[in-house]
Design a protein around this ligand. Structure first.
Ligand SMILES: Cc1cc2nc3c(=O)[nH]c(=O)nc-3n(C[C@H](O)[C@H](O)[C@H](O)COP(=O)(O)O)c2cc1C
Length: 325
């Protein structure tokens, strides 16, 4: 299969894409995902107004110094003028692609008409895309769900509208807003969107293994696969999927030694990005993901959660590494 994927004028080396995840896909995560060879990484979602008003927390979300390869920056909001201004700021910061969030199900977001709520207002959604696309030179993409709920499944219509408004690609997560993250993702909606538009379609939802990725590509005809939760504490999902799609060979899962060495690097990257206090706090959840499935993981997680400094956390991880050898 051909591995390259073109989004507007941005060429991805392969069609395996890391999903945007708030609280997860910061620069530390992205560096590891890129090293594992995924074709495109996303920032966490960023509010249009936070960008415009220069909220300091936003700066850290946007931080991408030293990262090699294309970066999609995801923005959420519902006001076309703010969204266009926010997109201009993000493009100025070096985004290669600007993605508009039309899938976030969180009540706090949808009550403002943002995220998945835009699926209930397709005209506004299309206007946002057209205003943003007119303002920036980089490709503008949209990430959406299947629909709002089972009675309002409109990904096909919305994909057509945003394509006409200038979107360069769409990602479809095969769940409705009402489902949040539960139930099984419906891949058939991805197939239907792919049949309806000419721009690249990225399929998303429940890709947990390299075999799932190939099955999604085959069953839906989509152009790329986006992997979210299965990549938490598991950047190897990207290398293993890219390799499997290119060669048909399934590489082994990483050893515990590799996992813990990568967790130690993740900790260093987080601390370099966010400082010791926040870095150590945020590493708790990542460490739990890296250690998932290890014997005694619950007890180790407890120990890790009590670590008050980088050194303490490193000592615990190194201790686990020694036991694993
Ligand atoms: C913790 C978490 C945070 C997320 N944050 C975002 C986000 O900021 N923007 C977005 O478009 N989707 C977000 N998502 C949704 C994912 O991008 C993805 O669509 C979803 O997890 C389904 O893919 P998966 O089955 O591979 O995890 C988030 C999901 C999770 C679990």
């Amino acid at each position: 299969m051909t591995m390259k994927l073109l989004i507007g004028n941005v060429e991805l080396a392969n069609p395996v894409i890391a999903a945007p995840m708030a609280g997860v896909t910061d620069r530390a995560y992205r560096i590891l995902a890129r090293e594992a060879g995924c074709g495109l990484v996303f920032t966490e979602m960023i509010s249009d107004q936070a960008l415009i008003y220069g909220n300091p927390r936003t700066r850290i979300i946007l931080e991408h110094g030293g990262e090699k390869g294309p970066l999609a920056v995801q923005v959420f909001g519902s006001n076309p003028d703010y969204m266009a201004r926010a997109a201009e700021i993000v493009a100025g910061e070096g985004a290669d692609i600007i993605d508009i969030n039309m899938g976030c199900p969180t009540p706090k977001i949808v009550k403002n008409g943002e995220g998945a709520a835009l699926m209930k207002n397709p005209e506004l959604a299309a206007e946002i895309v057209s205003r943003v696309a007119a303002r920036v030179k980089v490709p503008v993409t949209v990430k959406m769900r299947k629909g709002w709920d089972d009675d309002h499944v409109n990904a096909v219509e919305l994909a057509r509208l945003v394509e006409a408004a200038g979107a360069a690609a769409v990602t479809v997560h095969g769940r409705t807003r009402a489902q949040f993250y539960s139930g099984q993702a419906d891949w058939d909606i991805i197939r239907r969107v792919k049949e309806a538009v000419g721009i690249p379609v990225i399929g998303n939802g429940d890709v947990r293994t390299p075999l799932d990725a190939r099955r999604m590509l085959e069953e839906t005809g989509c152009d790329g696969v986006m992997i979210g939760r299965a990549s938490m504490g598991n950047p190897w999902i990207f290398s293993r999927t890219v390799h499997y799609l290119a060669t048909g060979e399934l590489l082994l899962e990483p050893t515990w030694e590799e996992k813990i060495r990568t967790a130690l690097r993740h900790l260093d990257l987080l601390v370099a990005l966010k400082g010791e206090h926040i870095g150590v706090l945020e590493m708790r959840k990542h460490a739990a993901w890296y250690l998932k499935g290890l014997r005694g993981a619950a007890r180790l997680r407890e120990k890790i959660n009590q670590a008050g400094s980088v050194q303490e956390m490193k000592d615990i991880l190194t201790g686990i590494l020694m036991d694993a050898l």
